[in-house]
Design a protein around this ligand. Sequence first.
Ligand code: ADP
Length: 576
Amino acid sequence: MRKFFAFRRYLRRCKGFFALGLLAGFFAALASGAGVPYFIKIVFAEVFESTDSQYSAMAIFLIAAQLPGVFLIRGASGYLNQYWMNYCGLRVLEGIRGDLFSKIQHLPLAYHDENKSGDLLSRILSDTTLLQFTLQESANDLFRQPMQVVFAFATLVFLSLQEKDAAIIVLICAGGPLAMIPVFFIGRRLKIRGLEMQEAQADMTQCLNENLEGATEIRTFNLQDQQISFFQALLGKLFRSQMKVVKYERLTQPLIEFLSSALVAFSFVYCYLEGVPFSTFMALGGVLYMTYDPLKRIFRVYGNIQKCQGAINRINDILHKMDSIQDPENPRPAPQGKSSIRFENVSFAYTEAPVLQEIEAEIPAGQVVALVGPSGAGKSTFAKLIPRLYEVTSGSIRINGTDIRNFLKWDLRDHIAIVSQHPVLFNDTLYNNIRLGRENASAEDVYRAAQNAFAHSFISELEKGYQTLAGERGDRLSGGQKQRIAIARAFLRNSPILILDEATSALDAQSEEEIQRALNSLVVGKTVIIIAHRFSTIRLADRIFVFEKGKLTAKGTHDELYTHSPLYAELYDKQL
Ligand code: ADP
């Protein structure tokens, strides 16, 4: 419960509307709790049971008009109450989703390795919606319904005192706690089932996400039927968990209704034996309904909060996740100009198994180093440690002599440009996709960068040129074209340190040639690390590092390594 109410902080953004909503709820509760029994006992009874039945037509009309009047107040205040509460609920949803999204932007890559993207999607979309619904309903009901109970109960006391009979109050008071027992039992069940339901929802979103991302593989490997039956199985699992929730959720209301009808029957017998007049009995019935209906709703809120616990935990997992790669308390000034990089006894593991072990390496400013070695040897990991995408397990990495953990992450990353193997193009124009490289770049800078990257000519040939939309995940461009856009970004960024992750898949001869020429000019004057999966870029390198099973086993020029490193010679010959 405490975790649930912690989310009320999001209501701060709309306190005014929230207060108005509560006020409207107050009037709705007053009209329901006291207004309806008032009519039954005072107004109708006065008219029907009075001895002098000499009401003028006008008087009867005025009395009658009060009934729709009360319901108008009840309806209008109820409507405003719902409207403002929905407003607040949706604002809360907006706030939580915004916070989750910002949090995910800053969490380290390791977090994304551990959490499937479909699961994250589900947390941001589905868990938050459940939480919003529950918050909104409960913020309203937890105020309005108790109010109604108070008003109805006050009317009950008033009526009982009039009849000089307190036994009925006792009778009705006893009913409440009695009804709690099954409700708490059901609440516990709902908590467990609710978590299962949200997890099933996450599995389904994950499957959907993978399916959409793997559209090509599914077609080429004829996986459609397999995917359909897999998805069907997940749908079935979700259905079953949803039905379990429904089973318990829908049990509270009939239980409470049954209990309250039993109480009405009791009071009927009691009133009959005690000779209580019919109008009082009817009013008591009205009061009972107006008391138990809100109780029913309060218990429903309780059940909903229980059902929501799983979603809350899944949201809190993200919101309270500590960023394992922190900025230093007293950061050093951002690195400037040409930069040397030094690995001092660096070891690293993604999980338990060491991926890099005791790496010692020095890359002087302005030097181009190529990393070679069998796949899985740790080349990409070596490069990812430099911008602190992952944190070293032991040892340190220094730029111009300063440990990179002493820089702000923003400053450090601003100093480094990365051209990745599979560059991601956002669903925006090509112009804006290149301009990501430097926020304040002028149009001229963007065009020059594209020219340097040999991207200008193919972009100009497109119908809309630089204004062409890259399409979802840049699917409308070839691999070589995407690489050249990524190189244009790097030209624009012009960072002193450059990390090139060479594409593993072969490019067509012209792309290959143009990319090589682009890279030739891109690397000038920079400290460059090339992850050479295919050796084709090795010509650019001043020096080569050979990786083998997480260890840096040899360093040198091509000629030195070819004669002294059997692994290098073997890899090189194989490629040729
Ligand atoms: P290379 O670039 O030389 O092919 P990597 O640096 O990509 O090698 O990988 C080195 C080792 O680390 C491999 O065994 C790989 O399976 C593992 N690895 C790479 N990325 C991750 C990750 N995000 N989580 C866990 N293990 C990883």
